[in-house]
Design a protein around this ligand. Structure first.
Ligand code: AGP
Length: 606
């Protein structure tokens, strides 16, 4: 997500703006910019490199004490200087920075263009700058009120008007925005990380609130202009814990962000109970030309692809193969122009996946990528892209990246099933309803945290852990096992439960921890037999299923239950307890959870 800072006070604005943006760098960004009011004109400086590049001889000379700044995480429009914030209005009277998504920006843009406004960027944000100018008749409150009335979606705004040299305006709706209060200056930021070095007195703006901030007074109203009460809170976080939102590690913060990340990924793609992809690269005719789906990815992205195989084959009845990208690229794959290749990658920079894409394209295959970073190498190399909107993922071990990949897989499956007529209207409606409920169900699944934390402390010294499952449960066991290995350094193996008896069960001995994933209801009885099988060899069984079941409680020593969802979407709720299990085992062992040994967040080497 983007980062916003703003300053009005006795000192130079530029020092807080750049210092504040540097504190927000941890959120990830692909461009940054500042605007400072100097002699009733805005000086704007932007970069697609690092925040430090905003420090130039020119900006160092800026003495203005009113300014705004922004780090951009691109959602609409590629990461370049034209799309970087702040955005100025037609006559450069207004400067705006924005975090969020204006859902109706296309229609607003058309209206403004028809009225003669010229747009320089592809962003949704620029419409706000022009609307302010359109409605400004020397009454700033009226102009802001009318502008906000036109906006639909999520937004945190920092606004400046060159007629008001000591007034910083902040508007909040869904995206976070905080005011920092001090004797010397008042500031705004997207999170307290940027505020803490200046002041620990803050006002948390609420949705649909507008703040008119001058150096010695703050007026807060609702969107109708009615004054709102506000209270100043004293915070006791330091910068580092602020960056983690109060959690001990980014990984736990990102695990907890999953309901919101899934909602951000899904909500603008379901309209009137149908899945809808804006400007999609595949039309019905092209979709029908595909005779095979080939999925490629690495690590957790590959594991999401294994889920995709089961989902696509069940919903689309198209043969679907999933391969590890580094294997695919050297295997002389049997694909052609009738193959849809789907490349999955959180970072969009994984070298093996990028190389595999080129191999697929050499053979005539159309490549659709599922990526979390707008404008990344994989997004640019692909023939089409469906973005996950998880926001920046800092922890090396992916959690919200993986779960939003699953969400896009489900969306694509429902979108395609309607066009291929491989599902009835009722089946499609049921699937869409479950998709809309998914964020709530994932939030429900997170409630097992306390049980998991207790279980994790008991097994932190385990020598090895087996994860077994069938069908979608097997796909989840792959990801559950990798999570444990990469952050706790405990050896673990994911195994197709039906395959155990063909050799690996010889490893099961007294007190061996075996995690049995039993989310696929139609295979529950089969899993129960596998639980008995390993228990008979001395295993301690930790089960996960959709409902409390007397039989399983008799057999398994530890049981965790997940909310019921669409039979094809189980992976999204079932992975939650095992992300938490890996996290708490690693925490109990004192591991470097966000930066595990030997690992990098993005593997850009082969
Ligand atoms: C996941 O927790 C690991 N960090 C790793 O397996 C990762 O999924 C893999 O390197 C692929 O990365 P990508 O999704 O950015 O392409």
């Amino acid at each position: 997500m983007c980062g916003i800072v703003g300053f009005v006070g006795n000192d130079r604005a530029i020092d807080f703006l750049i210092g504040g943006l540097e504190k927000l760098e941890y959120r990830g960004y692909d461009s940054a910019g500042i605007a400072v009011l100097n002699n009733n004109k805005f000086t704007v400086n932007k970069t697609t490199k690092r925040v430090a590049d905003l420090k130039t001889k020119e900006t160092e000379k800026l003495i203005g004490n009113l300014g705004i700044g922004h780090t951009r995480w691109a959602t609409h429009g590629k990461p370049d200087l034209l799309n970087a914030h702040p955005h100025l209005s037609e006559t450069q009277k207004f400067a705006v920075v924005h975090n969020g998504i204006i859902e109706n920006y296309q229609s607003l843009k058309q209206e403004l263009v028809a009225e003669g406004y010229t747009f320089k960027s592809e962003t949704d944000t620029e419409v706000i700058a022009h609307l302010l100018e359109k409605y400004y008749k020397n009454d700033i409150k009226e102009a802001v009120k009318k502008t906000v009335d036109r906006l639909k979606g999520s937004y945190a705004l920092g606004i400046l008007c060159s007629d008001l040299p000591d007034c910083l305006i902040a508007v909040k709706n869904f995206s976070p925005l905080i005011i920092g209060v001090s004797e010397n200056a008042n500031v705004i930021a997207s999170d307290i990380t940027a505020i803490v070095p200046t002041t620990k007195k803050v006002i948390y703006l609420e949705d649909e609130q507008i703040a008119f901030i001058i150096s010695h007074e703050i007026i807060i109203t609702d969107k109708m202009g009615k004054p709102c009460k506000s209270e100043v809170s004293q915070i006791d976080w330091n910068v580092e814990s602020a960056q983690k939102g109060g959690y001990d590690h980014f990984m736990l913060k990102e695990i907890m962000e999953q309901p919101n990340a899934i909602e951000q990924t899904i909500k603008n793609r379901i309209k009137q109970n149908e899945v809808y992809f804006e400007d999609f690269c595949i039309d019905e005719e092209k979709l029908k030309s595909f005779e095979k789906i080939q999925i490629i990815g690495c690590g957790s992205a590959y594991h999401a692809g294994v889920v995709g195989k089961y989902v696509f084959e069940e919903m689309l009845r198209i043969p679907t193969q999933v391969d590890i990208a580094s294997e695919f690229r050297y295997s002389n794959p049997v694909i052609n122009e009738k193959t849809l290749t789907i490349a999955i990658s959180q970072s969009g920079e994984t070298a093996d996946t990028l190389a595999a894409i080129k191999e697929a394209q050499k053979r005539g295959s159309f490549v659709l990528s599922i990526v979390n970073v707008v404008g990344s190498s994989i997004a640019k190399a692909s023939n089409g892209v469906l973005y996950t909107w998880a926001g920046p993922e800092i922890s090396v071990a992916t959690t919200k990246g993986y779960s939003t990949q699953l969400a896009v897989i489900y969306l694509f499956a429902v979108w395609a099933a309607k066009r291929l007529k491989t599902a009835t209207k009722e089946e499609l409606n049921a699937a869409v309803e479950e998709l809309i409920k998914l964020p709530k169900l994932v939030k429900e699944a997170l409630k097992c945290e306390k049980t998991i934390k207790e279980t994790a402390s008991k097994y932190k010294d385990a020598a090895s852990v087996f994860y077994i499952g069938r069908n979608l449960d097997y796909a989840v066991s792959l990801e559950a096992s990798l999570k444990l290995k990469e952050i706790s350094y405990i050896h673990s193996e994911a195994y197709a439960a039906g395959e155990l008896k063909h050799g690996t069960i010889s490893l099961v001995q007294d007190n061996q921890l075996v995690v049995a994933l039993c989310g696929v209801e139609r295979l529950f009885e089969k899993m129960l037999s596998n639980i008995k099988e390993v228990k008979a060899r001395g295993a301690v069984v930790f089960s996960c299923s959709e409902k409390a079941n007397k039989q399983i409680e008799r057999e398994a020593m530890i049981n965790v239950y997940i909310p019921k969802t669409h039979n094809l979407f189980t992976a999204s709720v079932e992975i939650i307890p095992f992300q938490l299990f890996a996290y708490y085992v690693a925490a109990a062992k004192g591991c470097d959870i966000d930066k595990p040994r030997n690992l990098a967040k993005s593997v850009t080497v082969e």
